[in-house]
Design a protein around this ligand. Structure first.
Ligand code: ME8
Length: 509
């Protein structure tokens, strides 16, 4: 039986067009999903849209549309983004779908049956932008006199009848759970943030609203709609077919919820508490990545500096953009988007280092040898050193990607790419052509074998370019899984005519 892996992106609010931040989270998940598939796992990769709540209702109203028509349109933009970014999701969930209403009703019922809910009255601060309740002590008042949440979102005073979830009872159980599962929250800085929040004491959470209608109705209490975060978080289990015992039920609990650092509290505190209170298993891991800024500035619509991922892909090509986003910034930390950095990565890492390595090797063979993989002779220590480094990569990537260290995985690959370029310079196959053809064949075989490892392992990051590189190495569809790296490259494999894979980009003046 194949090992299973279930991973999710956040479901995005359909209040606005998708931007680089959404593309980033989904891309990171896509790389993991593709890597796990190549590594023989049965993967279920979910993304989708979060369509209820006051914020979306307001956006629809501002656009002069009914919420349903509005959400249909904006949700489709997120689907398009996934397609343009080459995302390999297995499902796309919308919280307005009947399957999700059914799961939300079942979740509510479980919580109610287990005594986790009670009817009361909420009075306090609410930020529509975050769809979150805040305590007075969390707020600051700016020079404009506006009270704001730590996220910068303005808050308003809310007073309405509400159902509550007994979150206050869950503090000690959550802390025990974090202790027993040290990998539940990554990176460590987020884990500390969450545990200190929980240690600070939890208050009961308002989980229904009565002042607007755009939400999932509370069972048996039609004046209330569910709090949008209870509704939204439930999507992760809806998609497994819950509460039915369908073919996807086996995927719960999820292996990984990937989120941005802004929503770690919902995923690492509320969600496991809801699940445990409903008698369901919490997810295995929540990883919160950092925040992108644009040329040093916070990305915001009001500053007019939102980066459109579709425009970037149109300008630079998909694979270079995918590579840049995961290579440039250590995953988990905040990062700054700049065109200069993007150009540097594309010209340096892709065109000069990787592109040249493949191009020099393949063009040399095409020019000087029969168009096939040469047979190696005895290996020198230099050959063995490079081959060992290339063969160790698969283990390194497994480890690094299991801790969501995309940048470290890529850096490890580039250490080998740079070593291979140095090896070409040292071994000088062009000189061997005149003195020792057998040795030249061995050098070229070592290079091809190294490039094959690199290309197979980089497929999740740059699917199209690496498929192209593997085509040029004569490695068909059947030879691209990680397990294929356990068998050495076969001499005599036919090599098609080579062509450059990465073009250099010109710096704009
Ligand atoms: O929070 N840098 O949806 P959302 C990096 N619907 N990532 C960013 C980013 C940036 N500048 N901006 C956004 C919601 N993101 C809820 C989630 S899940 C059950 C419900 C990414 O549309 C990041 O992943 O506001 C962040 O967590 C997410 O988009 C927020 O998307």
């Amino acid at each position: 039986m194949k090992p299973r892996f279930y991973l999710t992106t956040p479901i995005y609010y359909v209040n606005d067009a998708p931007h680089i931040g959404h593309a980033y989270t989904t891309l990171a998940c896509d790389v993991l999903a593709r890597f796990k598939r190549l590594d023989g796992h049965e993967v279920f990769f979910l993304t989708g849209t979060d369509e209820h709540g006051q914020k979306v209702e307001k956006a629809a109203h501002d656009a002069g549309q009914e919420p349903k028509a509005f959400t249909d349109k904006v949700s489709a933009n997120f689907r398009d983004l996934a397609r343009v970014m080459g995302i390999s999701n297995d499902d796309f969930i919308r919280t307005t779908e009947p399957r999700h209403y059914a799961a939300c009703a079942a979740m509510w019922q479980r919580l109610a049956d287990n005594g986790a809910l009670y009817l009361g009255h909420y009075e306090g601060w609410y930020a529509v932008r975050d769809e979150a309740f805040y305590g007075e002590d969390e707020l600051t008042t700016g020079p404009d006199g506006v009270k704001r949440a730590p996220s910068g979102a303005p808050v308003e005073w809310v007073r309405e009848p509400s159902w509550f979830f007994r979150l206050s009872e869950w503090g000690p159980k959550l802390l025990d759970f974090y202790d027993a599962h040290p990998d539940f929250i990554g990176p460590a800085s987020r884990r500390n943030e969450v545990t200190s929040f929980v240690r600070g004491g939890l208050t009961d959470l308002s989980v229904s609203r009565t002042s607007f209608k755009w939400g999932v109705p509370v069972p048996n209490d039609p004046d209330h709609v569910m709090y949008v975060w209870l509704d939204a978080l439930t999507n992760y289990i809806t998609a497994t077919g819950w509460p039915e015992d369908g073919p996807r039920a086996k995927f719960w609990p999820a292996d990984l919820h990937m989120v941005g650092k802004d929503i770690v509290r919902f995923h690492a505190v509320y969600w496991p508490a809801f699940l445990m209170a409903a008698g369901l298993a919490p997810p295995k891991r929540v990883y919160a990545h950092g925040w992108w800024t644009n040329e040093g500035q916070k990305i915001s619509k009001s500053l007019g500096n939102v980066i459109d991922p579709l425009a970037l892909v149109a300008e630079f090509g998909l694979d270079p953009v995918r590579f840049f986003l995961l290579r440039e910034v250590p995953f988990g930390q905040d990062g700054d988007f700049s065109r200069a950095a993007l150009n540097r990565r594309l010209n340096g890492d892709l065109a000069n280092d990787l592109g040249n390595l493949a191009q020099r090797t393949l063009a040399f063979i095409a020019k000087n040898l029969a168009p096939e993989v040469p047979a190696p002779g005895a290996f020198t220590p230099a050959d063995t050193a490079l081959l060992d480094a290339a063969r160790a990569l698969v283990g390194t990537l497994r480890t690094e990607l299991d801790r969501q260290a995309f940048h470290a995985a890529l850096e490890a690959v580039w250490v080998v790419v740079r070593a291979a370029n140095a090896y070409i310079a040292e071994q000088a196959p062009w000189a061997l052509r005149k003195t020792d053809l057998a040795r030249m064949g061995t050098v070229l075989w070592v290079l091809l074998e190294t490039i094959r490892h690199v290309a197979v392992l980089l497929q999740p990051f740059m699917p199209t370019s690496m498929a192209n590189m593997l085509d040029q190495l004569g490695q068909g569809e059947g030879a691209r899984m990680l397990v294929a790296l356990e068998t050495p490259l076969a001499a005599g494999t036919a090599l098609p005519p080579p062509a450059p894979i990465f073009a250099k980009v010109e710096m704009a003046a």
